[in-house]
Unconditional design. Structure first.
Length: 329
């Protein structure tokens, strides 16, 4: 009787697959996913690095006709990604049609005491790229080089308001420490997005800013901003090749930001496998390479066990860095 029931169930399953126009093999391999629109959430305002990366990915998806459903970018700002992170955990657990853009704050905001959850509470799908941090000032700034900016901050921190929030603060904190100053005394002014950073710089509300190359590269190229230093091992490529590295200038500080995609906790395995494969495919396309070159992004795909090891190592390094500048809670 047990064998008959089992055989009957198998026949019903095959019939159901046939009625939906799919093969049993296709269903098992997850070919039916995705079957509805995807919400691609960004925990910041339009104009931010997260927003720019998410929209670039969607542009590549459309150019390559790579995803069979619509992918909609949703801006859900608040607390440098913590509002979105909590929503993904509390409102979208188990969802297959929710993904989100993220970066270092997925780990560091919890270490700073600004978020109760972190990367271990969601499904991190893939690391996409590495982006370098950049220190910038208005083109007509009295600070002509990194030395003069750091000297002013060390001497009178309150007189030099600097636009940076969350992990964008860490590069300058390490530079000020290397220059003999107190990182905890820096007059940081927090903003939610790169667009607000830029407006504050151009209006004179702040005298300097720290952010990713993506957010300030076009303004530096246009002559509206001046890049004082990039915190990478090597100089950037043209048209930003004239910006020196901090190491060149005598400050042994290198730091970069990674960006990636995560999903909710308990995301179905077929959805995770789909996005791991699809994102790797997209990053190998000519469309992505064109956008990455334009933004000076270093494509650095990781998934699976390699990604897990990277996240663990990154978390350890962040803990040490934040502790060194007194920002660890």
């Amino acid at each position: 009787m047990k064998r008959l029931l089992t055989s009957g169930a198998a026949l019903l399953a095959v019939a159901a697959v046939a009625l939906t126009g799919c093969s049993a093999e296709g269903a098992a391999s997850g070919e039916s996913y995705p079957d509805r629109p995807i919400s691609f959430s960004v925990g910041s305002e339009p104009g931010s690095g997260w927003d720019g990366t998410a929209r670039a990915l969607v542009e590549v998806m459309e150019r390559e006709d790579a995803v069979p459903v619509q992918v909609n970018v949703q801006n859900r700002p608040g607390s440098v990604g913590c509002v979105l992170l909590n929503d993904m955990i509390n409102k979208h657990a188990d969802a297959s049609n929710e993904i989100a853009m993220t970066s270092v704050p997925l780990q560091s905001m919890e270490l700073r005491g600004m978020c109760d959850v972190n990367y271990k509470d969601v499904t991190v799908i893939a690391r996409l790229l590495i982006e370098n941090f950049l220190v910038a000032v208005p083109a007509d700034s009295k600070y002509k080089d990194l030395d003069s900016l750091l000297e002013a901050i060390v001497k009178d921190p309150k007189s030099v308001p600097v636009a940076a929030d969350g992990d964008d603060q860490l590069p300058l904190a390490l530079l000020v420490e290397a220059a003999g100053g107190d990182p905890s005394s820096i007059n940081f002014i927090a903003f939610e997005s790169g667009g607000e950073y830029l407006t504050a710089l151009m209006n004179g509300d702040v005298l300097a800013s720290v952010s990713g190359v993506t957010e300030y590269g076009p303004q530096i190229e246009a002559g509206e901003l001046r890049g004082l230093a990039v915190l990478s091992e090597d100089r950037l490529e043209e048209p930003l090749a004239d910006i020196p590295t901090a190491v060149e200038l005598g400050y042994d500080v290198t730091l970069n930001n990674w960006r990636g995609v995560y999903g909710p906790p308990n995301m179905p395995e077929e959805a995770v496998a789909y996005w791991e494969s699809k994102l790797q495919e997209l990053l190998q396309s000519d469309s992505w390479k064109e956008i990455a070159d334009r933004n000076q992004w270093g494509t650095a795909y990781l998934a699976g066990d390699e990604l897990d090891a990277f996240l663990e190592d990154s978390y350890t390094q962040l803990t040490s860095a934040l502790q060194s500048v007194g920002a660890l809670k």
